[in-house]
Design a protein around this ligand. Structure first.
Ligand code: GLC
Length: 551
């Protein structure tokens, strides 16, 4: 028996159904041999991404940066950091990607700059109240001598969100706001120069042929008038919750910025997109980011954070499709990225640990890797059947787990330092990829160098150890992406199977019936030809397994 059918995906623009592969440049492939991935490394591996069958790539920042937050601290938005190559390398990468039918999305970081950006350097050299200072959020301190920060906001990475300047004569000066690291001052989006400057940044990359932007911290930018104190509801975490909207996130004025940016994109040919990184709750509110005159897509973090339980999974899928459809947008789906514990580990963690806290050798309740991978594969096969657009984070197609045994001295995430090691942070999901089982650094670099140590167990997960191996994770991804295309599941209307057994969720997308046994007893398979399974099966479908059947 089928219950209600979801609203179908409307429109046939590429991004409504695309599978977008996130490249974290410093950890993808290193052509120069210095241990940090680079643009030429990416160009050299595009054939493998074409073989995987993705539609687009999104690159995390490769711009000029002191790398205090792995490149999310940008000193020049319109140049390539020598660590990653040159603008010519970028142009070549785009040409080669387009030649293979792969679209290219780049990251843009508008909430803050690096403290090395010329705007900030000019601001600190100028006097309080000057136009230069107005590009950022400078305030006098509180208390008789201004020794207290202007308000009580804390940084997402831990510690205070304000740092006090020391003036050239050695006396303490104004404070500046940084919702992230001290080296990432927040911009003032009420300043016309900031607005105009970012229009130019968009045009710079659009002129070079990019197909869109992933917009960093798209829930930030505008802060509540008067910068009022905020008492964090601990259960909500720094990203807010349904009950609480912090005065620094999800303020109404941010939508004017997205409308302005949309107009810039629409002045270009082709279907160029904006994709929001907006940690906004609930989904009905996040859907505002993708109204038809704003962005095209928003990452569905509510889906990423949903526990691996049948009822919860069905509810979030339902809600995602309907909330995004209500504004004419496709739903997106995502399980991993460079900020969260990899899903091959996270899905077997008992504690809820999705955003930024990380794992390390001293963490308690470490996961079971076998269970984690099995669940990750089931979750992925389920995700790739859903209508809309899916994001894949580099390495998940190899089944990579979080790297837990990263020694303290190798860690680089500012979260680790700003919390004195209390939170391990995100290095564990950023370890360089293994390409070749028998090469130095598993083929990541030519020299064996790698900016973070790769676990020995990754030898068996190297790409060349998985190609053509029928039950490998890589082959599961490749097959699923091919089937997704062949059967057009991403543009189908999802119809729930209400008679799915306990602990399972099931639905039809076109000719394909999908059954995910999340936490139930083994159940019989749906009738029809089995197209693919997340783990080998015999005649029943056990827990932590997804099957696609042609009916
Ligand atoms: C986003 C990025 C994250 C970065 C932060 C500050 O959340 O995804 O990696 O640290 O913004 O730019």
């Amino acid at each position: 028996m089928n219950s209600h059918a979801e609203t179908p995906v409307t429109g046939n623009e590429w991004w409504r159904t695309a599978v977008i592969y996130q490249i974290y440049p410093r950890s993808f492939a290193d052509a120069s041999g210095d241990g940090v991935g680079d643009l030429r490394g990416i160009t050299g591996r595009l054939d493998q991404l074409e073989a995987l069958g993705v539609d687009a790539i999104w690159l995390s920042p490769f711009y000029t940066s002191p790398q205090r937050d792995a490149g999310y601290d940008v000193a020049d938005f319109t140049d390539v950091d020598p660590l990653f190559g040159t603008l010519a390398d970028f142009d070549e990468m785009v040409t080669e990607a387009h030649a293979r039918g792969l679209r290219v999305i780049v990251d843009i970081v508008p909430n803050h700059t690096s403290d090395q950006h010329e705007w900030f350097q000019q601001a600190i050299a100028a006097a309080p109240g000057s136009p230069e200072r107005d590009k950022y959020i400078f305030r006098p301190g509180r208390g008789p001598s201004g020794a207290e920060p202007p308000n009580n906001w804390v940084s997402v990475f831990g510690g205070p969100a304000w740092t006090r300047l020391v003036d050239t004569d050695g006396t303490p000066g104004e404070w500046y706001l940084h919702l992230f690291d001290t080296s990432q001052p927040d911009l003032n989006w009420a300043n016309d120069g900031v607005l105009a400057g970012f229009d130019d940044v968009l045009r710079f990359w659009l002129d070079r042929g990019v197909d869109g932007f992933r917009v960093d911290v798209a829930h930030g930018l505008i802060k509540a008038e008067g910068l009022p104190d905020f008492v964090v509801d601990e259960s909500a975490g720094s990203m807010g919750s349904e009950a609480q909207t912090p005065p620094f996130w999800a303020q109404e004025g941010v939508h004017d910025v997205w409308r302005r940016w949309r107009r810039v994109l629409e002045s270009y040919e082709g279907e160029r997109i904006l994709a929001a990184e907006a940690w906004v709750y609930p989904l009905s509110k996040m859907a505002k980011w993708v109204r038809s005159d704003e962005m095209h897509q928003a990452f569905n973090f509510a889906y990423l954070e949903t526990p691996w339980e049948a009822a919860a999974m069905r509810e979030i899928i339902d809600l995602s499709i309907s909330e995004f459809a209500a504004v004419g947008a496709p739903s997106t789906w995502v399980l991993s990225n460079h900020d969260v514990v990899r899903h091959a580990t996270r899905l077997s963690l008992s504690a809820d640990n999705p955003q930024g806290h990380g794992l390390g050798p001293r963490s308690i309740g470490l996961p079971n890797p076998v269970q984690g991978l099995r669940r990750a594969r089931a979750a992925t096969l389920l995700m790739l059947a859903l209508p809309g657009s899916s994001y894949i984070y580099q390495g998940e197609e190899l089944g990579l787990p979080e790297a837990i045994d990263v020694p303290d001295e190798a860690r680089e995430d500012p979260t680790f330092f700003r919390t004195n090691g209390e939170r391990y942070g995100r290095d564990g999901c950023r370890v360089p990829l293994p390409w070749n089982a028998d090469a130095p650094a598993y083929g990541f670099s030519t020299t064996g160098a790698a900016w973070l140590p790769q676990p020995e167990a990754w030898r068996d997960l190297a790409r060349d150890a998985q190609v053509g191996v029928p039950d490998s994770t890589l082959e599961m991804y490749t097959t699923a992406l091919a089937l997704r295309r062949e059967f057009g599941t991403a543009m189908a209307t999802l119809e729930w199977l209400d008679d799915a057994p306990d602990g399972c969720i099931g639905f039809r997308v076109g000719e394909v019936t999908v059954l995910a046994n999340i936490d139930g007893e083994p159940v019989s398979l749906p009738a029809g030809e089995v197209l693919g399974t997340s783990s080998p099966i015999t005649d029943t479908l056990p827990a932590d397994t997804t099957v696609w059947v042609r009916t």
